[in-house]
Design a protein around this ligand. Structure first.
Ligand code: 5GP
Length: 183
């Protein structure tokens, strides 16, 4: 695999996805979404904070009129899902009658998105779909159907390209696997 153009962070054991791979895949996703929603106005719902970088790169690949809104949900502490999802920040605009595309960083157990999709459905959007940057299918506890997925990855805890570990590493331009904590 081609190595990242920047040096690896000392706490990262290896890069799983390089900047080039990410850029190329986001171009493909942008083209596909632009075709699928041609002639419509799309509302992208960015799930904070992990999806910020993915969202900002993805939306620049869209050739459609689109608006952006944000939600923040909480179910994680460190590396573990607590399983209890809370809405920390809700949409600023109504979802009713809109074509909503939820932009998420990663699907792991599926608990967060499963909760979110049920929540958004009650607001009567015209359509409701998911675009996830990463998917860890091995970890699923509840079924979630994402129409668009950037990459399927193995069951590893990853950081970078928006994804954090206790709020660090979001600014890494690649997706990497953290080294185990030093004793
Ligand atoms: P789920 O509810 O599907 O288990 O988890 C979704 C959320 O868990 C993601 O939005 C993300 O914040 C967090 N998450 C799950 N797996 C990882 C991972 O490998 N790395 C990081 N940084 N966050 C993860």
């Amino acid at each position: 695999m081609k190595q990242p153009t920047v040096a690896l962070h000392p706490n990262v054991s290896r890069a799983l996805l390089t900047e080039d791979q990410i850029r190329e895949r986001i171009r493909e996703l942008g083209a596909q979404i632009s075709r699928d929603y041609a002639g419509r106005n799309l509302t992208l719902v960015c799930i904070l904070k992990g999806s910020v970088i993915f969202m900002s790169d993805l939306m620049r690949e869209l050739t459609l009129p689109c608006t952006v809104d944000f939600m923040r949900l909480s179910s994680y502490a460190g590396k573990e899902s607590t399983g209890v999802v809370r809405v920390m920040l809700d949409l600023g605009e109504t979802a009713e009658g809109r074509d909503i595309l939820v932009v998420e960083d990663i699907i792991d157990t599926g608990l967060t998105l499963s909760y979110l999709m049920q929540n958004l459905k009650t607001r009567n959007p015209r359509s409701l779909e998911i675009c996830a940057f990463l998917d860890k299918p091995e970890c699923r506890k509840v079924q979630v159907r994402a129409k668009y997925v950037g990459f399927q990855i193995p069951n590893e805890f990853v950081v970078g390209y928006g994804l954090d570990y206790n709020e660090e590493y979001r600014n890494l331009p690649y997706v990497g696997i953290l080294k185990p904590p030093q004793a």
